[in-house]
Design a protein around this ligand. Structure first.
Ligand code: FMN
Length: 331
């Protein structure tokens, strides 16, 4: 395994802990499209171009969301090591190709909230199982809205029956478009049901049960087990649309950090979450969704939240695959 060097005044073992926490972030199909360049005065976050999903995510928007989530974990883990992270996003010539540079901005004693979020990093999982028929407590819902606001993003809670019906329609419409798209289906298949020992993708144990087109909310099909007769999904999950205030790479990175803060806050509150990304992946449907939200907010991801039984963790690539050499400028 490649040696993890010292950085930001931290010993190699501490840098390793920080990078491992970053790599526990969620990513589309668990592709883990991030790499890190570690120098004495900085940790750079780079996209991994070999982990792009050109059919599902042609503009790399979701790649940047995933990398934003890794950046949030990295910030939290640095705080846990007593380092105040100073982040420059899209640093340009300072680090060609990098999505962010994180430097040391002094020392910090993490507060209770940061500690709780950091503890939630290894416990957070995408949970595709049916949820219990219980409404999410409004105080917990408020905590999620606040989590997004703290990361300069917006969490739109889909409340009214009309809005919920419309969003369900968008999910179904986009899902059907993606079912007909062979390239999208090929990408999905290449990350589904990986054999034991695989370090990416979605193992059968995390697939959830098979979705059906008549479901209220149509999930992506990761070839999970067939549903038992009479066993259905919950009728009324909390559904939210995480939005950025502007379009483009910076908005995407911001939204990725907000997404992760929302997911970790949900974990702290005992909530499970899964994604309904189809309507933000199909351009024409995303545009309709954007208009339905008033035309100003930029919809970045759709989450379903509720209470469920625990699920197993998905695998991660070893750190040795994630480290860029100090003089390596590929990205
Ligand atoms: C931007 C983004 C979009 C995602 N979209 C979906 C989705 O539409 N359906 C789904 O089941 N999972 C979706 N996921 C969840 C990933 O598949 C999951 O994060 C990955 O398999 C790693 O598993 P974990 O979240 O349990 O660590 C998405 C994740 C991200 C970051």
């Amino acid at each position: 395994m490649a040696e993890v060097p010292e950085a930001l005044g931290l010993a190699p073992e501490a840098v390793q802990r920080v990078l491992e926490a970053a790599s526990l972030a969620p990513s589309v199909h668990n592709a883990q499209p991030w790499r890190f360049r570690v120098l004495p005065d900085r940790i750079e976050l780079h996209p991994d171009p070999r982990r792009r999903l050109p059919a599902t995510d042609p503009d790399d928007r979701e790649l940047r969301l995933s990398c934003g989530a890794a950046l949030f974990n990295l910030r939290l883990a640095l705080q846990g090591e007593g380092v105040r992270p100073l982040v420059s996003m899209l640093p340009g010539q300072d680090a060609p190709g990098a999505l962010a540079i994180v430097r040391r901005g002094g020392t910090i004693e993490p507060d209770d909230e940061q500690r709780a979020l950091l503890k939630a990093v290894p416990r957070r999982r995408t949970n595709r199982r049916p949820f219990h028929e219980a409404r999410v407590d409004p105080r917990q819902c408020h905590a999620l809205v606040r989590a997004a606001e703290l990361e300069r993003s917006w969490l739109h809670v889909v409340v009214t029956p009309q809005d919920r019906a419309q969003l369900k329609k968008f999910v179904k419409q986009a899902h059907e478009i993606q079912l007909r798209d062979e390239a999208v289906q090929a990408e999905l298949a290449s990350f589904t049901g990986h054999r034991p020992g695989s370090t990416d993708g979605i193992p059968a144990a995390s697939a959830g049960v098979r979705p059906e087109l008549q479901d209220e909310w149509v999930f992506r099909d990761f070839q999970g087990p067939e549903r038992l007769p009479g066993k259905d999904y919950e009728s009324d999950p909390l559904v939210v649309v995480l939005c950025s205030f502007y379009d483009g790479p910076l908005g995407d990175l911001q939204a990725g950090q907000a997404m992760q803060r929302v997911l970790l806050a949900a974990t702290v509150h005992g909530l499970s979450a899964s994604f309904l990304s189809q309507p933000v992946e199909v351009h024409s449907v995303r545009e309709q969704l954007r208009r339905s939200l008033g035309g100003v907010l930029v919809p970045q991801t759709v989450l379903r939240l509720g209470y469920s039984t625990p699920v197993a963790a998905t695998p991660r690539r070893p750190l040795s695959e994630l480290l860029l050499e100090p003089d390596d400028c590929r990205s």
